[in-house]
Design a protein around this ligand. Structure first.
Ligand code: SAH
Ligand code: SF4
Length: 391
């Protein structure tokens, strides 16, 4: 592939540049409609030459086809005049990310390697449970934050995903699960977590615009109570996330001392634990019914002692946080500088937090047979490709 000037090299672990990089326009010059608000679609139709009244009517109809029916072809829009359908098809597209690889685990977990229109790969995972189905959505290709245990943080290139590419993940999952037309009951895809590749609060505008469409009752219609945004602690954006998006918050805490968190989540050198927990305490909408989730990856002999568990409880109490703790067994990758804690250690850590009255489930690894964890399928697919090329 040719050099891509929109790619952002990792500028540094502590102080990366959280600016949006415009992506290349589509090679075919058409305007992508997925990810645009209703008003923006109407404006695009007007710019392309429709009378304001026509533009308004058509944008309503097209929006309905896109988000309620999952239709991607203007020729299938039966209430748009037949003679006018090609006019739309020549100027606009309704697309999905390209599927490079799709896998299903023996436990039902599904994983996709997806590709943007300008050739960058990212991942998406669907985790079915008895009473719900959770889609793990990516916000960026790669990540600038370099957490030491995270494989995504080691990727060399980063590009923000656009609203179309974020909403497009949810729509692609609905395609795969056969969940069109949209209906409020009986869906397999019930929950969304912004926990795939990337730091969602470093791509704030696009994530917000995408989630607005996902939450729109006329859009994909998922309640904000069923959406969780996970951040490694971009403190200055947390208040805006609460005010402008209003979804559940998860915070990747992972350590309770400055020394250890500085090492494993380098962003901590910029926004420390106290600042982060103050921002959590101020997060709009957090209460006992809607708790903040603290994610804690279990790293052997690093952050997993009983003292660490007790300090975690103390901090949650000190800041009076309506909290639950998610203990995540570390998912190792080749060359990772850490190992996962032992089962006994994880149990002991969990018990201490639980006995203090704070829920502390251990997340069971899902889809291990298809490497369904942060940044892992992409590497597996690249390895396969490289070995094919070498052969
Ligand atoms: N950037 C955001 C969201 C994406 S990461 C954040 O860091 O919160 C989603 C979660 O997966 C985070 O809690 C992250 O710390 C965790 N994670 C990343 N790599 C992991 C690994 N190898 N094993 C277990 N958890 C991992
Ligand atoms: Fe980025 Fe999150 Fe991975 Fe840290 S854990 S490198 S913030 S994706």
């Amino acid at each position: 592939m040719s050099a891509d000037t929109n790619l952002m090299p990792i500028p540094g672990a502590v102080d990366p540049v959280p600016v949006a990089r415009a992506t290349k326009p589509r090679a075919d010059g058409k305007v992508e409609l997925v990810g645009l608000s209703k008003d923006a679609i109407r404006a695009e139709f007007e710019t392309a030459g429709l009378e304001p009244k026509q533009a308004k009517l058509r944008s309503k109809q097209v929006w309905h086809w896109i988000y309620n029916r999952g239709v991607i072809d203007f020729m299938g829009m039966s209430d748009v005049a037949k003679a006018q359908q090609p006019w739309f098809a020549e100027r606009f597209v309704i697309s999905r990310p390209e599927v490079v690889e799709a896998q299903v685990s023996s436990d039902g977990t599904r994983k996709w390697l997806l590709r943007t229109h300008d050739g960058h790969d990212f991942e998406m995972v669907f985790i079915p449970d008895a009473d719900r189905g959770t889609l793990c959505v990516s916000s960026q290709v790669g990540c600038t934050l370099n957490c030491r245990f995270c494989h995504t943080g080691t990727m060399q290139l980063v590009r923000n995903l656009e609203p179309a590419e974020i909403v497009g993940q949810v729509m692609l999952a609905r395609d795969a699960l056969g969940e069109w037309p949209s209906q409020p009951e009986g869906r397999m895809l019930t929950n969304i977590v912004m926990m795939g590749m990337g730091e969602p609060l470093y791509n704030f505008d696009n994530v917000r615009d995408a989630l607005k469409i996902v939450m729109d009752g006329d859009g994909l219609g998922l309640s904000r109570r069923r959406i969780t945004l996970s951040t490694s602690g971009v403190v200055p954006m947390m208040e805006r996330a609460g005010a402008e998006i209003g979804v559940n918050l998860a915070v990747s805490l992972h350590a309770v001392t400055k020394e250890i968190r500085d090492e494993i989540v380098p962003l901590n050198r910029k926004y420390g634990i106290e600042q982060l927990l103050e921002a959590c305490a101020a997060y709009p909408g957090a209460n006992n019914a809607r708790r903040i989730t603290f994610e804690y990856v279990m790293l052997k002999d690093k952050n997993d002692s009983d003292e660490h568990a007790r300090e975690l409880v103390r901090l949650i109490r000190q800041y009076r946080l309506p909290a639950k703790v998610n203990l995540i067994p570390f998912n190792p990758w080749p060359g990772a500088p850490y190992e996962c804690s032992t089962d006994d250690r994880i149990r002991s850590f969990s018990n201490i937090v639980f006995e203090a009255g704070i829920s502390a489930p251990v997340r069971t690894p899902r889809g291990r047979d298809i490497d369904a964890a942060c940044g892992q399928l992409k590497t597996a697919a690249e390895k396969k490709r490289r070995s094919r090329e070498a052969a």
